[in-house]
Design a protein around this ligand. Structure first.
Ligand SMILES: Nc1ncnc2c1ncn2[C@@H]1O[C@H](COP(=O)(O)OP(=O)(O)OP(=O)(O)O)[C@@H](O)[C@H]1O
Length: 260
């Protein structure tokens, strides 16, 4: 049974998934994602985080269980409807054409644009680039950019899309430390603007400094944790590191490993 959440943005019920010829990745998982909060998804490599996120975002079809976004079954939403409710940032993105950065970000507006983009679309693109601190990249060719620059552009694209729920698969994996902080602070601030954030993160410190709620994917199940203190839980130690020392910093727990 999923924990009861006051106002869920997403409710997942009895979801299961196996890839063709593969072992089950998720088995009968249920959980809720609260509205206007920052939920972090964590778990070991290969545990099923991307699978879970892609299914919840309606990118990967699900056949067992239900996923509801504010009451609507995600798989039944038309693509444009879904794009306004849920935005998804994939872990990897391979550009097919040599688009300019502004054009890549503009594709995030596809659910609003009928034929030609209007002033509002161009405004949202410029605003998103500014928010990510990458206005100077606007006219560069996306495929020429560094991995970190490309990641910032894809986050700007998601921001320009303006969905109600932003789902991000390892959004800071290519970023330098300042940009990691800038992006996580920015995402965290969006929860005060009526947006729900769900992000897969690997670093328990970043997770704990910015996350308000945690979903641990382990052994085909999803475990809901709504307090950072439970990072001290046996399961969490098993998943991450069995020898982390916990400290309190600005009211949040942070961790350091023993190296000897
Ligand atoms: N398209 C696919 N076909 C077959 N198996 C897949 C496919 N995609 C993922 N898997 C397998 O499903 C399992 C879960 O993969 P998933 O990408 O969801 O893990 P993850 O937790 O996101 O991992 P990581 O932290 O390494 O990104 C893995 O064992 C993976 O090998």
């Amino acid at each position: 049974m999923a924990a009861i959440v006051d106002k869920p943005a997403i409710t997942v019920n009895r979801l299961s998934h196996s890839y063709v010829n593969g072992k089950p990745v998720l088995q009968d998982v249920s959980f809720s994602i609260p509205e206007n909060q920052f939920t972090v998804i964590m778990g070991q490599n290969g545990s099923g985080k991307s699978t879970l996120l892609r299914m919840t975002a309606g990118i990967l079809p699900y056949h067992f269980g239900t996923v509801k976004a504010k009451g609507s079954e995600v798989r039944e939403l038309k693509p444009k409807e879904r794009a306004r409710k849920i935005g998804f940032l994939p872990q990897h993105h391979k550009p097919v054409f040599p688009f300019k950065v502004s054009e890549v970000v503009l594709t995030g507006r596809a659910s609003y644009v009928n034929f030609t983009p209007g002033k509002k679309d161009v405004y949202e693109v410029d605003k998103a680039l500014e928010l990510l601190g990458i206005s100077a990249l606007k006219d560069r060719v996306y495929s020429d950019l560094s991995g970190g620059e490309q990641q910032l552009v894809m986050i700007a694209r998601l921001i320009a899309q303006k969905p109600e729920v932003l789902m991000l698969d390892e959004p800071i994996s290519h970023l330098d430390y300042n940009n990691q902080l800038r992006v996580l602070k920015m995402l965290s601030s969006l929860t005060n603007q009526n947006l729900t954030i769900v992000a897969v993160l690997h670093d328990p410190n970043m997770a704990n400094l910015f996350g308000e709620r945690f979903l641990f994917v382990h052994n085909r199940k999803v475990h809901e944790v709504d307090s950072a203190e439970t990072f001290n839980h046996e399961l969490v130690r098993e998943v991450f590191y069995d020898d982390l020392t916990m400290f309190k910093h600005e009211g949040r727990y942070v961790f350091l490993p023993r190296v000897k």
